[in-house]
Design a protein around this ligand. Structure first.
Ligand code: AKB
Length: 315
């Protein structure tokens, strides 16, 4: 089978690492990276790259036809904190890009779609601990509303038109290669940069805000695994709960202190506190584990060590 992959939003936090992983797995020339802006050197030079506005259906269709794309990973999105500031822009980007890709699949111009959802689909009326796959979902953020709506459309396109769309609800993602942008869980990446640079971090969430999190390597593995699973194993076509670790700012600060004993933490919660308060603390992901064999590998200890080792300025 001739597989040709398009990553939309390849220069973002997830897209950058996903592009590298897919190129390593399937070959550089089989993976076309695209984004609205250019990315880092390794990504730009490592294989084909195209500038693409994912909300422009005709530009997307043209790219798909020219490169004979079979699989699309749609990673372009506006995240929770930025979306609160630009609600209409967020809705436009998050929804129109999804419709564009789903419609290409409906018209048989592509075969398979990956679209990321998020723990943001849940709200303050959702059970907070071990949040089930199927439960109350009343998101209170612009981003969460777009992700919940997106899930409904994915399932609809699968049931009505047979579109092979696959999705996971990402928790906060921790990585050292590319910075996240505009999310509520971003503190869990920023803290490492500031700890190494200044020995201090001012957290925009309070000390006890426990949230579901995951090291990027686990997230990339989950993403490729669900896309490469036989279709009959992917039983949920809205989006799968995906869990790994959960911690609060106080807990990650304690773990950092085991490496940097002088590290200090201060708390100055801002508007992102309300977003974090509306999200789950931990996730029940037994459906993903049963259906397509999901298993996380990195705990908080391992994640902290990898982050500090890789961000440490070399002597
Ligand atoms: C965010 O904080 O907005 C994202 C997410 C949990 O989807 N990282």
């Amino acid at each position: 089978m001739k597989k040709r992959i398009l990553i939309v939003g390849a220069c973002g936090q997830i897209g950058t690492e996903l592009t590298g992983a897919l190129r390593a797995k399937f070959g550089d020339h089989k993976v076309i990276a695209s984004d609205i802006r250019e990315g880092e050197d390794a990504l730009m030079k490592g294989g084909p790259f195209e500038i693409l506005d994912a909300t422009d259906y005709f530009a997307l269709e043209d790219l798909v036809m020219r490169h004979e794309i079979t699989d699309v990973y749609l990673m372009a999105a506006m995240l929770s904190a930025t979306a609160e500031k630009f609600p209409m822009k967020a809705w436009n980007l998050n929804m129109n890009s999804l419709f564009n890709v789903l419609n290409l699949a409906k018209d048989h111009k592509i075969e398979k779609v990956f679209w990321p959802s998020s723990i943001a689909v849940f709200g303050s009326t959702t059970p907070k601990s071990d949040t089930p796959q199927r439960t109350i979902m009343e998101p209170s953020t612009v981003y969460g509303i777009s992700k919940q709506t997106g899930e409904r459309w994915c399932e609809y396109y699968h049931q009505k038109f047979g579109v092979d769309v696959r999705s996971v609800r990402y928790p906060g993602l921790i990585s050292y290669k590319t910075l996240p942008g505009g999310g509520t869980t971003d503190y869990a990446v920023d803290i490492f940069h500031k700890a190494l640079k200044h020995g201090k971090y001012i957290s925009f969430l309070n000390s006890e805000s426990t949230l579901p999190m995951m090291f990027m390597d686990d997230a990339i593995r989950a993403t490729i695994d669900i896309m490469e699973s036989p279709s009959e194993k992917v039983k949920i076509r809205s989006s799968y709960n995906l869990g790994a670790i959960s911690f609060s700012p106080a807990e990650i600060s304690e773990e950092i202190k085991t490496h940097l004993p002088e590290f200090e933490m201060e708390y100055q919660p801002d508007f992102r506190q309300a977003i974090a308060d509306s999200w789950p603390q931990s996730i029940d992901d037994s459906d993903a584990r049963q259906d397509w064999g999901w298993e996380h590998q990195f705990d908080l200890k391992a994640t902290t060590k990898i982050m500090l080792d890789n961000l440490k300025p070399s002597e």
